[in-house]
Design a protein around this ligand. Structure first.
Ligand code: PLP
Length: 460
């Protein structure tokens, strides 16, 4: 019997190509629409915000995309990340299931987000851009991009959702140490922010609103400043495929193959990163791995949202995409998994969920923290509150396997550590956490909140 605990690859095993599910997906991508004309966008429109190399990846149907050597060199600082068999968690649960986790918290920023931050900063830099803007929810993305920008000597302005800015002062200090500027959104620096503050001076902010502010700054910069997004867009999902590609090799080392692969979903990038290489094996090689996306009940985009065209941001400045959405005006409850509070979901994840290729569950935050604490006490790693949702689903799978007496192989993505989330753990231990759910009334109001799209016009 194989008793190895850590499955470690060498530098040579770092993937040299990213995987693009759109080369294998049976579902053609829906068009991306201009937020004002509501007609399909041109690459010229997108090029106001993004460098051409990323736009090409966004619409590419190449199955594999070469990772530039300069990006591979930076990946070497922390990749390959470990795959670990959670023997101690299995024992604590008394389950016959085998539980494996891929640990992305070993990266410099403490989560998977730096996998795309490095790539995005690199492509902007080689296209002559010296300055980026972005938003951040929990601060994970802002941290990752601030590190990447410091590597490539670029300036960075980060619009951080106000309630997270207040909950997580150390994330801001981290970003500033790497040279970024960090502002609590809504700010008085943009038209969108000022309009929001006029309406509600105490607005806690939202990811959708912070996106509008960062997009506005880039759009009004005459091409000097580009915008960078940490999730949702297809090129981000492509960059995260390094996670699953490494896992395929590591599961092979463990001489096992997962029956189920689990990831938490905010915009869908870490889930796609671990799941899409396994989905390829399902589509091409007849494997039957179940892929489970886990979202919070406070932002149940896949399980209760509508699959429809909607704006990517609150201020209606970002493109309109077809996705599972709670409506762009959705202001989520202030749960501690800030990275899971987005109103929409990556179009690629949405379409595959809609067609039945992936599953989804919504879990309340208190249960997620309970599972996270059990994991911490068993495995010695304090997970990010977002990752707790994936852990909780993995624990549920392991207990279900126990009940049925099955030897199930479970793989989940531990997307980040929780060292900057101690206030959240404190609230959990003091029993100050609350569970939130969207009301039925809110869910029924979603259609009224969506833009009217003339489907004949975009089919042409
Ligand atoms: C941002 C974040 C998430 C959610 O974002 P996705 O794009 O859905 O991956 C999950 N876990 C951690 C640790 C994060 O920082």
């Amino acid at each position: 019997m194989n008793q190895k605990t850590r499955f470690t690859l060498t530098e040579n095993d770092i993937p040299k190509q990213w995987y693009n599910i759109n080369g294998d997906s049976p579902i053609p991508p829906a068009p991306v629409l201009h937020p004002v004309t509501k007609e399909p966008v041109t690459p010229e429109f997108l090029s106001v915000l993004f460098p051409m190399a990323l736009i090409e990846q966004e619409i590419s149907s190449d199955r594999f995309i070469d990772i530039p050597e300069e990006v591979q060199d930076v990946y070497k600082l922390y990749r390959p990340t470990p795959l670990i068999r959670a023997y101690r968690l299995e024992k604590a649960l008394g389950t016959p299931a085998h539980i494996y986790y891929k640990y992305e918290g070993t990266s410099p920023s403490g989560s998977h987000k730096i996998n795309t931050a490095i790539a995005q900063a690199y492509y902007n830099k080689i296209s002559g851009i010296e300055s980026l803007t972005t938003e951040t929810g929990a601060g994970q993305w802002g941290s990752a991009l601030s590190i990447a920008c410091s590597f490539y000597d670029m300036a960075l302005d980060v619009y951080m959702v106000k309630c997270s800015y207040q909950q997580k002062p150390y994330r801001r200090i981290l970003m500033e140490t790497f040279g970024a500027n960090c502002f609590a959104s809504p700010t008085d620096r943009t038209d969108t922010g000022r309009a929001m503050l006029a309406e509600d001076p105490d607005c806690p902010g939202s990811l959708g609103l912070a996106i509008s502010e960062a997009v506005e700054v880039a759009a009004k910069s005459n091409g000097k400043i580009k915008y960078s997004l940490g999730s949702v867009l297809h090129h981000v999902l492509i960059h995260q495929s390094v996670i699953g590609e490494e896992c395929l090799k590591q599961m092979d080392m463990a001489d096992e193959y997962p029956d189920v692969v689990i990831g938490c979903v905010g915009g869908g990038s870490n889930f796609s990163g671990i799941a899409f290489p396994f989905l390829r094996e399902n589509l091409r090689n007849g494997m039957k791995t179940r892929l489970v996306a886990v979202e919070p009940t406070a932002a149940p985009t896949l399980t209760r949202g509508l699959y429809s065209f909607d704006y990517g941001d609150t201020g209606k400045m970002a493109p309109i995409v077809k996705m599972h959405t709670l409506g762009h005006s959705f202001i989520p409850a202030p749960i501690h998994a800030g990275g899971l509070r987005y109103h929409g979901m990556a179009p690629t994840v949405s379409s595959l969920y809609d067609a039945g290729y992936i599953d989804a569950v919504a879990l309340p935050q208190i249960r997620a923290f309970q599972a996270g604490q059990l994991f911490a006490k068993s495995e010695g790693i304090l997970p990010a509150p977002e990752s707790n949702h994936a852990i909780c689903a993995a624990v549920d799978e392991a207990l279900d396997a126990k009940e049925k007496g099955e030897k199930r192989v479970i793989l989940f993505n531990l997307s980040g550590h929780g060292h900057f989330d101690l206030a959240a753990y404190q609230a959990y231990m003091q029993e100050d956490l609350e569970d939130f759910a969207c009301t039925d009334e809110y869910i029924q109001s979603i259609p009224d909140r969506l833009p009217q799209i003339d489907l004949d016009k975009i089919a042409a």
